[in-house]
Design a protein around this ligand. Structure first.
Ligand SMILES: [Zn+2]
Length: 153
């Protein structure tokens, strides 16, 4: 699932869950739920050289940053760091998966089970239906965020 959609879910949750601990749990969980919905997926780079080449990933990251920082600022919401926190934890499983390709870090043994879960729940479909489904999901997340944000202004 695109980072932008995960980030939008994170800020939508942040508007509703003001306690950081619940927000962290819900945002992290939302990632796994969204990954189980039909989506087209960009390939996470397998090495640093491919990471720095211009590709879909950078457009997705730029849009995710816009969603995370510009939308709460646009609505002049209080406690904007909660929205950043929500987006961060909603995106974190992909960040961990990416880091796992470069860093061998498995101190408690949970690591393999988590990556098996994250990899196993993906419902990847072809580009057109996958993108359309994600745009619909993104629209719903942005609607939920904006609906709450307008009440909080
Ligand atoms: Zn993921």
């Amino acid at each position: 699932m695109l980072t932008t959609v995960h980030a939008a879910a994170g800020i939508a949750l942040a508007g509703r869950l003001k306690r950081p601990v619940w927000l962290i749990v819900a945002a992290f969980s939302s990632h796994l739920v969204l990954d189980a919905l039909p989506h087209w997926d960009r390939i996470l780079p397998y090495n640093l050289a491919s990471f720095f080449q211009p590709n879909w990933l950078w457009l997705d990251f730029a849009l995710a940053g816009l969603v995370t920082f510009a939308l709460p600022a646009w609505f002049k919401l209080r406690r904007q760091c909660l929205y950043w926190l929500g987006a961060f934890f909603a995106v974190l499983p992909d960040g961990l998966t990416f880091l796992d390709r470069f860093i061998d870090f498995n101190p408690w043994g949970w690591h393999d089970a988590f990556f098996a879960l994250h990899g196993g729940i993906q419902l990847v479909v072809t580009f057109v239906p996958g993108i359309l489904f994600q745009l619909g999901t993104l629209a719903i997340m942005l609607f939920l965020f904006i609906h709450k944000a307008k009440q909080d202004v």
